[in-house]
Design a protein around this ligand. Sequence first.
Ligand code: NAD
Length: 143
Amino acid sequence: MKTVKDILDQKGREVFTIESSATVLDAIRLLADKGIGALVVVRDGDPIGLFSERDYTCKVVLTGRRSESTPVEDIMSRELVAVGPDTPVDECMALMTEKRIRHLPVLDGGKLVGLVSIGDIVKDIISQQQVVIEQLERYVYYS
Ligand SMILES: NC(=O)c1ccc[n+]([C@@H]2O[C@H](COP(=O)([O-])OP(=O)(O)OC[C@H]3O[C@@H](n4cnc5c(N)ncnc54)[C@H](O)[C@@H]3O)[C@@H](O)[C@H]2O)c1
């Protein structure tokens, strides 16, 4: 069974984070610069929340807050839904669907060791299905 660790082995373990006291403007600049949709929010090195494009659109743009002066910690999602390196890929998909989220930080003993997104999970599930299809095709054609 494939796990989060298998995905991290392929995509890498770097995690883009932002300090809780940084401004929303700093956060969206980092999102744009890295071409990603979410940042793990840290305080004193510990992950305490997640800041996503959705947090920006719903809690800043729609409410008229100023991104230059609003700290990330005021609008971040405080419930940090995370997985471990041994969590099965299917479980990540179920968790993302149930919680309606698109990014899962990966924690190992409380330490941030990676992040998987819905795109990473879908890509992995599609490649697993492709393997099954190829095996079935070989079975049908050569048996
Ligand atoms: N071809 C691929 O390998 C691949 C992988 C993932 C996503 N995508 C595509 O990118 C688009 C957007 O993807 P998404 O909605 O999954 O989310 P996204 O744009 O936030 O993520 C894109 C990639 O950046 C990584 N990432 C995001 N935030 C990160 C962070 N804070 N620290 C470290 N890595 C971070 C993700 O794990 C993912 O690999 C979709 O169209 C998706 O299909 C492609």
